[in-house]
Design a protein around this ligand. Structure first.
Ligand SMILES: NC(=O)c1ccc[n+]([C@@H]2O[C@H](COP(=O)([O-])OP(=O)(O)OC[C@H]3O[C@@H](n4cnc5c(N)ncnc54)[C@H](OP(=O)(O)O)[C@@H]3O)[C@@H](O)[C@H]2O)c1
Length: 280
């Protein structure tokens, strides 16, 4: 096994911690395949894995990290508190359970997965995350799928600003307003479904840019995220794509190419609407 350290840049969070800007997502990786897929990602050079209790594959992520023989500090692990674990005590318990499945003493980043506004417990849940960070069970804390009103409320009621907001973001759904709001609060933007689960990859404008650089459209889209400053973690179970998605540091998109991709924004979500998504 060759596990040399990678050349991925890091982004500094508002609590002073560093996060590798490119990682590996494991949503929809079957639990029984996750240790193998994550091992292949680590071998390809990824040192940041994004999982969640709801993905039911934290155990596989943990197994791969332990089997790789890496120092714990050499791998950045994110997991998330799901909708049925909102509430102060329950959220605290949820991280303990995730840590057991990961077989780890701490994670690097713990997120509230969805705000679930109809339950109205995300402020309490956020207070639990603040305490979990103070206890050292997670280095950083953040949120996912939070809209501006949700962000403003947790900041106003606790005085603690999330380090990141992990949101759906890709060329067809660029979230310009929310990214601006993040910038104003010093919140790092993490992009989920960065490739729109493959739906953007045949776009004619992206094909033209990919041909100009001799790369794939997937590589162009990941490069676009990195140049915007997003933290990004494409998912693939396919060896060639796992390697390809990590090989994005040998070319740079021009300003004109960044503008051409900006023009693709259609304001169309592929995933659920955070204002209404409640699925436990
Ligand atoms: N916080 C949230 O609510 C939330 C929601 C969704 C996702 N996420 C996170 O974001 C991560 C990534 O998002 P995602 O998994 O939804 O979608 P994605 O990364 O945008 O796309 C994954 C899909 O694209 C395919 N693919 C990957 N690389 C490719 C390439 N180079 N060329 C062609 N096809 C390629 C994969 O196929 P194969 O696997 O078959 O190769 C898979 O079907 C997740 O794994 C998860 O960690 C978070």
């Amino acid at each position: 096994m060759s596990l040399t350290s990678s050349t991925v840049p890091t982004v500094t969070l508002n609590d002073g911690e560093q996060i590798p800007q490119l990682g590996f997502g494991v949503f929809q990786v079957p639990p029984e395949d996750t240790a193998d897929v994550t091992t292949r990602a680590l071998l390809a050079g990824y040192r940041h894995v994004d999982t969640a209790a709801a993905y039911r594959n934290e155990a596989g992520v943990g197994q791969a990290v332990h089997a790789a023989g890496l120092q714990r500090d050499d791998v950045y692990i994110t997991t998330k508190c799901f909708n049925d674990d909102h509430g102060f005590d329950q959220a605290k318990r949820a991280l303990h359970e995730s840590l057991k499945r990961l077989e780890m003493e701490h994670v690097d980043l713990y997120l509230i997965h969805w705000p679930v506004p109809s339950a109205d417990k995300y402020v309490e849940t956020w207070k639990a995350l603040v305490e979990l960070q103070q206890e050292g069970l997670t280095r950083s804390i953040g949120v996912s799928n939070f809209q501006p009103a949700h962000l403003e409320r947790i900041i106003a009621e606790t005085g603690v600003t999330p380090a990141v907001n992990q949101i759906e973001l890709h060329p067809y759904f660029q979230q310009v307003g929310l990214r601006r709001e993040h910038g104003e609060h010093g919140i790092v933007t993490e992009a989920w479904s960065p490739l729109a689960q493959g739906k953007v990859l045949e776009d004619a404008a992206l094909v033209e840019i990919a041909e100009a650089h001799g790369v794939t459209t997937g590589q162009v889209v990941i490069r676009w995220h990195l140049q915007l400053g997003n933290v990004v973690f494409p998912k693939s179970v396919t060896q060639e794509r796992i390697e390809q998605n990590f090989d994005v540091f040998g070319f740079t998109l021009t300003d004109a190419q960044m503008d051409a991709i900006a023009a693709l924004d259609a304001g169309v979500r592929t995933g659920p609407d955070p204002d209404t998504f409640v699925r436990p």
